[in-house]
Write a protein that binds this ligand. Structure first.
Ligand SMILES: [Zn+2]
Length: 578
C-alpha cells in the first residue's frame, strides 16, 4: 500500500511540474458571465447598437491607426515584457505591462457604463524561474441569456529577445507581439460599446514564447469550468509588412518586399475541420460585410497548415482542448526567429524588434516597422468577424445526397431560421460554390467532381451562423434511393488539398477497413521514382489527414502513395508550384 501511495503522490507531483496548476479568475463575476450565470439586463447599454450594419460601421469608424500607434508607444516603453521579467516595477517589465492593460480595460469599462469586466487568469508554473503568472482579460457580457457560447479575441503580450529566458535584455517585441496586443486593446475599447448577443472576451496572454503556457492555462481553465468557447481568434504578428532576409515557410517574396494588403489565416486540419471552417467564416464575413465599405481591400488567405513551418501560437492549446481556433499573421514577416544562427539579421525574437527608427536625428521615431494602417485593417477584420459570430444564429446540422443532376440538403434546424447557405468545396482551402436557399430541404445544381458540403443558417438580419462540419454527399437515384457505392479499395487516397500547393498541403485518405498491420506511411516520390519523404501514419477508420510540408525546393509533379506493410494501397499525383 505504501508504495502505491508514494507512486500516486509522485505522479501528482510530476504532473504539477509539467502543467499549469491553480488556474483561477481573479474576478468571480467575470467567470460567472463566461459560464452564462448572469442577468443580461444588468449589462444592457443605454444606447443599444445591435444591428449588423450599425455594428460594422461602429467598428470600422471606431478602430483607429492613431490609437493603435498610441498603445504600441506605451507597450514599447516597458523595455521588456518577458514572462520572467520584473513584476514589481511601475515602469518596466511584464508586471507593469499587464497592470497597464488591466487599467485600460477598467477605463473602457467606466466609459461604457461598467459593461466590461476586467480580470486576471492567474496560474502556477515555473517559467524562466518565476512560479506564478497572469493573463489579463476582459469580458463583455452577451445580451441574449440563451446563448452561452463565447467568442475570444486574443494575443500574447509577452516578448523575448535572443535568449528566451533573458529577462533583462531589451525586448520591445513590437511586431511579435505588441501588434496583436494593441489590436486586442483597441477592439476592447471600440467593441465595449456594442450590444452583442453572445459574450466576447478580449485577452492578452503570457508565456507564449516559452511554450504557449498562458493560452494553455486559459484553455484548460475553460475546459475544467465548462466554459463554452465558440471561436478563438488569435492575433500574433499582425502589424509588420516588410519581408526579412529569412522568414518561416511559407515565406515572403524576398528582402524588403512590402505587402500591406494581405493577411494569412492559419488553422489546423483540412476536411471537416472546425478550425478551417472558422477561418472560412472569417473570410466570408469580410467579403460580405466589409469589402464594399473599406478604402483598401484586403486579401485574406486561408493557409493549409496550422502555423508556419516549425512555429506555433496560442490558437494551438485551444484546438487541443476542442475549441475552434485560428491565427491571424501578417503576409510578410521579418525573420524565421532562428536567433541561434550567427547570420540571422532579422528582427523577430531579437532586441531589434522595435517600433521603428529615427531617420532625421530629432530623437523622434519617424519610420515605423509596424504599419498602423495595416494593423488597423486587421483589427477591423477581427472585430467584424467576432461580432458577427457573436450575433449570428446557431449552427444547424444536415444530411446531404446527390443524384445525376442535383445536390440535395436536408437541414436539421430546430430554430427554423428559414434561410440557409450551402457550401461546396473540392480541391482548395476555399469554397468552390456558395448557394443561398429558402428552405431546410433544398436542392442545388450538382457541382462537377467530388467534394465536401457544409451549411449555415441565416437569420432575419442576413447574418450566417458558423459553418457546420463538412460531409460527402451520398449518391442516390432519381427516386431518392441510396445507391451503395462499393469502395474500389480498402484504403483510398483523396486528391491532396490544396493542389497545386505552396509549401504545405493536406493529404487525406479514407480507411474503409482497418487491416492488421505493422507499419503504414505516405511516401512522396518524384517522377523518377525516388522517394523524397515518408510520413508515418496510423490507420483510423474513416478519413485520416496528414499535412505534408514540402521543404524541398524543386517545383513540379510528385507522386504520393499510401503504403501498408510494404504494399502500395493507392497512388495519386500532386503539383508543387512555389
Ligand atoms: Zn508571437
Amino acid at each position: 500500500m505504501k508504495s502505491l501511495y508514494t507512486l500516486v503522490v509522485f505522479a501528482c507531483f510530476s504532473l504539477s511540474l509539467l502543467a499549469q496548476s491553480n488556474m483561477l479568475s481573479t474576478n468571480p463575476v467575470a467567470e460567472q458571465v463566461m459560464l452564462g450565470n448572469y442577468n443580461p439586463a444588468d449589462y444592457m447599454p443605454t444606447q443599444v447598437i445591435d444591428q449588423p450594419a450599425d455594428i460594422v460601421s461602429h467598428i470600422l469608424q471606431g478602430v483607429s491607426p492613431d490609437s493603435l500607434h498610441a498603445w504600441l508607444e506605451v507597450l514599447n516603453d516597458f523595455h521588456t515584457r518577458n514572462t520572467g521579467s520584473d513584476t514589481s516595477s511601475a515602469t518596466t517589465g511584464i508586471g507593469a505591462a499587464r497592470r497597464w492593460v488591466y487599467s485600460k480595460f477598467q477605463q473602457f469599462s467606466s466609459e461604457n457604463e461598467g459593461r466590461l469586466l476586467p480580470s486576471y487568469l492567474q496560474f502556477d508554473r515555473n517559467i524562466c524561474g518565476m512560479g506564478q503568472h497572469r493573463n489579463v482579460f476582459a469580458v463583455l457580457p452577451g445580451t441574449d441569456g440563451n446563448l452561452d457560447d463565447m467568442i475570444l479575441i486574443e494575443a500574447h503580450l509577452d516578448s523575448r529577445c535572443e535568449s528566451v529566458c533573458d529577462v533583462d535584455c531589451q525586448a520591445h517585441g513590437m511586431e511579435d507581439n505588441g501588434s496583436g496586443s494593441a489590436l486586442v486593446i483597441e477592439l476592447a475599447r471600440v467593441m465595449s460599446r456594442l450590444a452583442l448577443k453572445r459574450t466576447v472576451v478580449f485577452m492578452c496572454t503570457i508565456g507564449e514564447e516559452q511554450g504557449l503556457y498562458g493560452a494553455d492555462a486559459f484553455a484548460k481553465y475553460a475546459k475544467n469550468k465548462g466554459i463554452k468557447i465558440r471561436a478563438v481568434l488569435n492575433n500574433d504578428i499582425v502589424g509588420g509588412i516588410i519581408c526579412g532576409e529569412t522568414s518561416s515557410p511559407p515565406s515572403c517574396p524576398g528582402l524588403n518586399h512590402v505587402d500591406s494588403t494581405q493577411v494569412r489565416l492559419f488553422s489546423a486540419g483540412s476536411i471537416n475541420s472546425p478550425h478551417k471552417q472558422l477561418a472560412r467564416f472569417i473570410k466570408l464575413e469580410y467579403l460580405e460585410e466589409l469589402e464594399d465599405l473599406v478604402s483598401v481591400p484586403m486579401l485574406l488567405t486561408i493557409m493549409s497548415a496550422e502555423d508556419r513551418t516549425g512555429r506555433g501560437g496560442d490558437h494551438i492549446p485551444f484546438r487541443q482542448q476542442g475549441y475552434p481556433a485560428m491565427r491571424f499573421t501578417s503576409a510578410n514577416e521579418h525573420g524565421n526567429a532562428n536567433t541561434s544562427d550567427p547570420d540571422y539579421h532579422d528582427r523577430q525574437h531579437t532586441t531589434t524588434d522595435i517600433l521603428g527608427v529615427d531617420t532625421d536625428g530629432d530623437q523622434v521615431i519617424d519610420s515605423f516597422f509596424v504599419d498602423f494602417n495595416y494593423l488597423s485593417r486587421n483589427a477591423v477584420i477581427n472585430g467584424v468577424a467576432a461580432a458577427m459570430a457573436a450575433i449570428g444564429p446557431k449552427t444547424p446540422d444536415f444530411e446531404t445526397t446527390k443524384d445525376d443532376q442535383l445536390l440535395h440538403v436536408n437541414i436539421d434546424d430546430p430554430e427554423n431560421y428559414g434561410q440557409y447557405r450551402v457550401f461546396f468545396r473540392s480541391l482548395s482551402n476555399e469554397f468552390d460554390s456558395i448557394w443561398t436557399v429558402n428552405s431546410a430541404v433544398a436542392s442545388v445544381p450538382k457541382p462537377a467532381g467530388g467534394g465536401w458540403v457544409s451549411v449555415a443558417a441565416v437569420d432575419d438580419n442576413g447574418i450566417e451562423s458558423l459553418f457546420s462540419g463538412e460531409k460527402i454527399p451520398t449518391t442516390v437515384n432519381a427516386t431518392g434511393e441510396v445507391i451503395e457505392e462499393i469502395p474500389a479499395k480498402p484504403i483510398e487516397l483523396f486528391q491532396n488539398r490544396p493542389n497545386p500547393f505552396d509549401e504545405a498541403t493536406n493529404i487525406d485518405f479514407m480507411v474503409h477497413d482497418v487491416p492488421v498491420y505493422r507499419e503504414a506511411f505516405i511516401a512522396i516520390s518524384d517522377l523518377n521514382g525516388n522517394t523524397i519523404k515518408r510520413l508515418p501514419v496510423q490507420l483510423q477508420p474513416g478519413i485520416n489527414t496528414v499535412l505534408y510540408t514540402h521543404g524541398y525546393n524543386v517545383t513540379g509533379v510528385y507522386a504520393y502513395s499510401i503504403v501498408v506493410d510494404g504494399k502500395v494501397m493507392d497512388t495519386k499525383r500532386m503539383v508543387f508550384a512555389n
